[in-house]
Unconditional design. Structure first.
Lengths: 201, 346
């Protein structure tokens, strides 16, 4: 599957990149069946009308990416890979659209809960106006920047502890660090994050 | 409120938040907390953070562990690359787990095209795509970008000449030996005064000038570890940068005022993307070239990064391409790569 391109393929790519229309036609005829086969694979569950759009996306990507074809694999592997990646992107787009439409029905609002100023959460509020939504968006953007400013180690520890909800012993097993070290590191990470977002939470 | 007198205990406060993980330490910590107002205050902050993280788990997952790019996921699924961050992400993301399973299943299938020839519409679309990517307009655009990159790489290949003795002296003064986690980025200069290339008083514009007239580049120089902007000294350094002189011949630059306004009040610490975000958000820049002067022990002394405004999507609106001092990477996988790959001679 990943064998290197032969001389014919190399020459075809060069001709394409220099703008030879016959070469592009040959590339199209040779590799169109691969694109079609990948995109129309039944398990993606794309509708036929979507498949047409996705095939066009793959074609555009192949044209765009041919300049960067590194000859580390054959042209058919290259085209197959672009087809798979495009299908994945389309699956994600579909899922995002679905999520967005459900969010539109229940807009996001940043709401503090009562006496505890720490309990800021994203809460569905059907009465949220555009200003509240904008505020929520800005706060999310602020949080994104704060997290990006943390060290990779901190992001990893917060992910393991608070998203994957692992115990310190489990984190120690995964990372090879001692639990005593982990509690010290995680405390520093939380303190750093707290300093950055204190005004926002 | 005085400082904690038992820093050895203060360091382990997290144990008090997870008594089931540390049953033997709980009593000692509780006793200490009763006596130490500083630690009680710190515990409050830690509890707030824990609660915030718990209340916003979905959002945190999205921000801390975003879905890998499609190609990275495919690589992982096919066993071409093992990336711990992708593995962690898969534990959190059902969608990506399903996608990995699909990719693996597809790789085992013998596909039958069923349709050997394309429709006239698909052919026509393909020809249009080729014309768009390889037609005369695109070739001109690629040449313009290539000029930019050639200039950048020229400069990066001769760092000592480009930076000059002034920078070396400043590095010695301002770069304190600190741990990597304490490094800070400080923008020391935003731009300089440029003689714009599109000066119509000098006669008709050259084709290259016409081509690049709409491209705006912001150039900034950042020092890792410096705590204060360098003021006038920075202006002098900047004026010595060959790259800046060369780019000035082909690109329109943002004024210092525009960039300073864009950066005003922005926390830059350790996060160059913040700078790019601010500049793209508040100015008309198309590209941002950021040069970071790194500590001597960081390997390469200068790191150049090109950011490009991406008008395609709502999210991830900036693409980033890294350069090292000694080479332009030959293989880049981010979206920003397109810019560089287009620019590289075929």
């Amino acid at each position: 599957m990943s064998h290197k391109p032969d001389e014919l393929e190399k020459s075809l790519v060069e001709r394409c990149c220099s703008g030879d229309r016959d070469a592009w036609d040959l590339l199209f005829e040779t590799h169109y069946p691969t694109i079609f086969a990948v995109v129309s694979w039944r398990k993606w569950r794309f509708r036929p009308e979507d498949q047409e759009d996705i095939i066009q996306e793959v074609l555009a990507e192949v044209v765009k990416a041919l300049n960067s074809f590194e000859q580390a694999c054959s042209l058919s592997t290259f085209v197959h890979r672009i087809s798979v990646n495009t299908c994945i992107t389309c699956l994600r787009r579909k899922a995002a659209l679905k999520r967005r439409s459900s969010q539109l029905q229940t807009p996001l609002d940043m709401v503090g809960s009562g006496d505890d100023p720490g309990a800021v959460q994203l809460k569905a509020n059907p009465e949220s106006g555009p200003e509240e939504l904008l505020l929520a968006k800005e706060r999310v953007s602020f949080l994104r920047n704060a997290l990006a400013a943390l060290e990779e180690r901190c992001r990893e520890l917060i992910t393991l502890r608070y998203l994957m909800e692992l115990s310190f012993a489990e984190i120690a097993e995964r990372t090879g660090a001692k639990t005593n070290t982990l509690v010290v590191q995680l405390k520093r990470c939380l303190n750093r994050l707290f300093k950055m977002i204190e005004g926002e939470i | 409120m005085g400082a904690c007198k038992r820093p050895d205990i203060a360091e382990r406060l997290m144990m008090a938040l997870s008594p089931s993980d540390f049953p033997h330490e709980a009593a000692e910590l509780e006793a200490h907390l009763k006596e130490c107002p500083a630690c009680r205050e710190e515990m409050k902050a830690l509890r707030r953070m824990e609660k915030f993280l718990g209340d916003n788990k979905d959002l945190m997952a999205e921000l801390l562990s975003p879905c890998p790019e499609a190609d990275a996921l495919t690589s992982f699924a096919l066993g071409e690359a093992s990336d711990p961050s992708v593995e962690r992400h898969l534990e959190l993301c059902i969608d990506c787990r399903e996608q990995v399973a699909l990719i693996r299943e597809l790789s085992q299938e013998k596909l039958d095209s069923g349709k050997l020839s394309a429709s006239a519409q698909e052919r026509s679309f393909f020809h249009e795509a080729v014309a768009k990517e390889y037609g005369p307009a695109k070739r001109r655009e690629a040449r313009a970008i290539q000029n930019l990159w050639e200039t950048v790489s020229d400069w990066l290949n001769i760092p000592s000449l480009a930076l000059g003795a002034a920078v070396a002296a400043l590095l010695m003064v301002f770069l304190m030996p600190r741990g990597p986690e304490e490094l800070r980025l400080t923008p020391v200069l935003s731009s300089a005064v440029w003689e714009k290339p599109s000066d119509t008083t000098k006669g008709p514009l050259e084709p290259k000038e016409l081509l690049t007239a709409r491209k705006k580049v912001a150039v900034i120089l950042l020092l890792h570890g410096a705590s204060e902007p360098l003021g006038q000294d920075a202006e002098q350094i900047y004026s010595k940068l060959e790259i800046v002189k060369k780019l000035g011949a082909a690109y329109d630059f943002l004024s210092p005022k525009e960039i300073k306004e864009a950066l005003a009040g922005r926390e830059v610490s350790g996060n160059l993307i913040n700078v790019a975000d601010a500049i793209f958000d508040r100015t008309s820049a198309d590209y941002l070239l950021a040069f970071e002067i790194l500590p001597a022990n960081a390997g390469d002394a200068v790191k150049g990064t090109l950011f490009q405004r991406d008008r395609k999507g709502d999210l991830g609106s900036i693409s980033q391409t890294g350069l090292s001092i000694s080479r332009i990477p030959s293989r880049i996988t981010t979206m920003g790569a397109e810019l560089l790959l287009e620019a590289e001679p075929s």
